[in-house]
Design a protein around this ligand. Structure first.
Ligand SMILES: Cc1cc2nc3c(=O)[nH]c(=O)nc-3n(C[C@H](O)[C@H](O)[C@H](O)COP(=O)(O)OP(=O)(O)OC[C@H]3O[C@@H](n4cnc5c(N)ncnc54)[C@H](O)[C@@H]3O)c2cc1C
Length: 410
């Protein structure tokens, strides 16, 4: 079957692009090898950053410039005012809170105003503070950066484009037919359900498979060493906890970033990142838990974590390689032959990546509507589980020792 485009990988990047190219009239399919959003998107904290985090050093970085329109872009989609329609995506919170030092709010506010960020922090009065921040000394500010539930975002787009998303077995059921390196003539699939085969002849092949991009590029005859991984070791704590979404800042660093969601058993789960998850890469799960407990009692003195249960997970950020291995300033797109490879760098930048790739695509070749009935019986991928819903994960109380190795994100 002839197609305009074939997308590999259904995380934030691939799904946003699928929406964009479908609406532009392309005959486009998305292939997913594991579960949608596995790797990074579903494991992420879901913060729709507006640039403040990248301006705290007092310099308007390129990252901040690129990101500053994003809260409004996402807000319009979440409200159904712009495509993609994300009205079924759940919000964890309409804002993030910032806390730590006496001077934080004025300094962060000044930075926001000076750099023309679209979302800037406002000091909140003592009685407007979230319960978790009641015991915090110094100023607390509210930053209108929304926090989404990333799994519901993936589910939202997966439902809308169910007919264009196919599950593949990339180890045994995927073959590239190359004209030359980077020039894909056809892609042959073998159904993971019943062995049926399908020959796809796309005019353009797009890799948005996060950490899977390197391997896919190799199979398309392209170099794989254009990608870097930056690991995180995240902490989760669950129990009778208050809702909290925000950052504790320490100078130009986010000392702790906490997002909250209620799990399927009705317990509040805090997902803890920021500097803790960067430092955690060098620590085992037990040492990281103890380190996090000490950090939380320092930065959230009013929160009782006595009875809480702890766990951790690891996830790699997969990005286009930079010269010194640091975070790229923005999205990364590589084009060779009829293959495009993209990394959004941040969840929040998925719309910019989709725009960039769609604007480079040739106009749709076919004038008729895309008939997806030939794929009706092809298996569909599930949506990845949230890290804390992994049934095999071990949870422990502070002071106990986790005897099982911790899992990687789905
Ligand atoms: C712990 C953590 C927290 C984060 N928090 C935030 C945050 O709060 N805000 C923010 O803006 N960003 C955040 N990020 C970054 C953000 O999650 C990523 O930049 C973004 O999700 C990347 O999306 P992606 O679609 O490129 O990759 P992924 O989400 O990794 O998706 C890749 C998809 O490709 C599939 N795949 C892999 N190999 C193949 C193959 N061979 N064939 C077909 N499919 C394949 C995978 O199964 C997966 O579904 C966070 C990242 C991490 C790790």
């Amino acid at each position: 079957m002839r197609l305009d485009a074939l997308i590999f990988g259904g995380g934030a990047a691939g799904l946003w692009l699928l929406d964009r190219m479908s609406r532009d009239g392309h005959h486009v399919l998305l292939l997913e090898a594991r579960s949608l959003g596995a790797g990074q998107t579903v494991a992420s904290q879901g913060i729709i950053h507006g640039g403040l985090k990248y301006s705290l050093s007092g310099i308007l970085t390129k990252s901040a410039k690129n990101i500053r329109e994003m809260p409004n872009v996402w807000r319009d989609s979440l409200l159904g005012r712009a495509a993609p329609n994300l009205t079924r995506t759940r919000l964890r919170s309409d804002c993030c809170h910032l806390w730590q030092t006496d001077t934080l709010a004025s300094r962060a506010g000044m930075i926001g105003a000076r750099f023309g960020l679209r979302v800037t922090p406002e000091t909140v009065s003592d009685d407007e503070r979230p319960e978790a921040l009641h015991g915090v000394y110094g100023t607390v500010a509210r930053l209108p950066e929304q926090v989404i539930s990333p799994r519901s975002f993936v589910q939202d787009l997966a439902t809308q484009y169910h007919d264009r998303i196919l599950k593949i077995d990339d180890a045994n059921g995927l073959e590239f037919d190359l004209e030359s390196p980077g020039e894909v003539r056809a892609v042959r699939l073998i159904s993971p359900a019943d062995g049926t085969s399908l020959l796809l002849q796309p005019r353009q092949v797009i890799f948005t498979a996060g950490g899977g991009n390197a391997q896919l590029r190799k199979r398309a005859g392209l170099s794989a060493d254009v990608m870097q991984r930056r690991p995180l070791h995240m902490v989760m704590v669950r129990g009778n906890l208050p809702v909290l979404n925000g950052h504790c800042l320490d100078g130009a660093k986010t000392r702790v970033t906490i997002t909250s969601e209620v799990d399927t058993a009705g317990l509040m789960v805090w997902q803890i990142g920021g500097q803790i998850a960067e430092d955690g890469v060098k620590l085992n799960a037990m040492s990281l838990t103890e380190h996090t407990r000490a950090e939380l009692s320092a930065v959230l003195p009013g929160v009782d974590l006595h009875d809480a249960e702890w766990s951790t997970y690891t996830a790699d950020r997969a990005e286009g390689a930079t010269a010194n291995g640091s975070r790229p300033e923005t999205i990364q797109v590589l084009c060779a032959g009829n293959v495009t490879t993209g990394w959004p760098t941040k969840l929040v930048l998925a719309p910019i990546l989709a725009q960039e790739i769609a604007s480079r695509a040739t106009s749709p070749y076919f004038s008729d509507a895309f008939d997806t009935t030939p794929f009706t019986n092809w298996p569909r991928p599930a949506v990845a589980q949230l890290p804390w819903e992994d049934a095999g994960l071990r949870w422990w109380k502070s002071g106990e020792s986790p005897s099982l190795p911790q899992r990687r994100a789905a």
